[in-house]
Write a protein that binds this ligand. Structure first.
Ligand code: PHE
Length: 339
């Protein structure tokens, strides 16, 4: 009997398998609930006393050998299936993957948001299909006001009350209606104007408008904020404000930044003046505050608005605004950036 078990030990040690299934059959043969080891253990009671010790040690040796063999073979199959079927040939050359790029409009927009968020402005958004109140009337542009002609409007169907917003000032109206001062918010978004499409202008483009309403907000605060912005955005801190007109601000101004005349590009960008017009701004007209439910005797505010597309064109020297909406991959993939 003992010799028989020893034969099995030799067999176990010599065993090799080519597939997971063979290992499992081997395991069942020796270690299964009806396996050989079970049979040998049940023989134990029939073995004469003086052989019990050797018999016991021999079965244990068989058990140990069988268990070790099963574990060893199992592991070897585990790793070889992983390598071959999961990873394939680990020595093959790597596959290059292409990284996408942000649209130049998003790059500029994100940079503007980042700059204003550092001085406490949040981001607000509103609908692109607006009503007359939020786009015009609340902004001090009553019906038949001549200034409505400044912004050629797309109407939705024939309803004069439903239109595509012509500026994101409409978002500021909504924001003032729903929030109490202090208000510091910027509103980026797409706007629409019924203009002939050319290299210089499109019927839709993007704006970021800003609004600050609190007690005692002054024109000096506006100027300081703008200067902070141009410094962070363009690295240029010299600005000038030229008197202008917007129905919703009083006084109003155009903001120019001094770009300089160091290179030929500077000459081209600034038409030889060194100055670049970048946005409109002003103190919020008290009528607008009142229209939006804010007490104009207690609060004052400033607002500004700029075109994102125009800034993107300037910064990247893009010759035609239409390129921004054609989605030509050869154009878009030139704008790899961290923003
Ligand atoms: N809403 C104006 C425009 O679209 C820009 C602007 C915003 C001007 C805020 C002044 C103050 O032209």
């Amino acid at each position: 009997m003992i010799d028989n078990i020893k034969k099995h030990i030799a067999e176990v040690e010599a065993f090799t398998a080519n597939a997971q299934g063979e290992v499992e059959a081997f395991r069942i043969k020796y270690l299964g609930s009806k396996g050989l080891l079970k049979d040998f253990f049940s023989e134990f009671k029939n073995v004469p006393n003086e052989q019990k010790k050797e018999f016991g040690q021999t079965i244990n040796a068989l058990k140990k050998a069988a268990e070790e063999k099963v574990n060893f073979l199992k592991n070897s199959f585990d790793t070889s299936t992983d390598l071959n079927s999961v990873y394939g040939d680990l020595t093959r050359p790597g596959e290059p993957f292409t990284v996408g790029s942000r649209h130049p409009i998003s790059v500029v927009k994100n940079k503007i948001i980042d700059i204003f968020s550092r001085i406490g402005f949040n981001v607000s958004e509103g609908p692109e299909i607006e009503d007359d109140w939020h786009n015009f009337t609340a902004l001090n542009l009553p019906e038949y006001h001549p200034a409505r002609d400044m912004q050629d409007t797309f109407f939705v169907e024939k309803d004069p009350d439903v239109l595509l917003r012509t500026h994101t000032s409409s978002v500021q109206v909504r924001y003032m209606e729903n929030n109490k001062p202090p208000i510091r918010t910027i509103s980026p978004g797409r706007v629409y104007r019924n203009e002939a499409i050319s290299a210089r202008s499109h019927c839709f483009f993007h704006q970021v408008e800003g609004l600050y309403v609190d007690k005692g907000v002054s024109f000096a605060d506006l100027k300081q904020t703008l200067q902070y912005f141009t410094t962070e955005m363009f690295g240029k801190s010299k600005i000038r404000l030229r008197p202008s007109y917007f129905p919703f601000t009083e006084p109003s101004a155009e903001v120019d930044v001094y770009w300089g005349l160091e290179t030929e590009t500077d000459y081209k960008m600034t038409k030889g003046t060194g100055w670049l017009e970048i946005m409109g701004c002003g103190m919020v007209d008290p009528n607008v505050l009142t229209n939006c439910g804010i007490d104009a005797n207690e609060y004052s505010g400033f607002a500004f608005g700029m075109g994102i597309d125009r800034i993107a064109l300037l910064l990247h020297q893009i010759p035609d605004i239409r390129m921004l909406s054609e989605n030509d991959i050869r154009f878009l993939e030139q704008f790899k950036s961290s923003y």
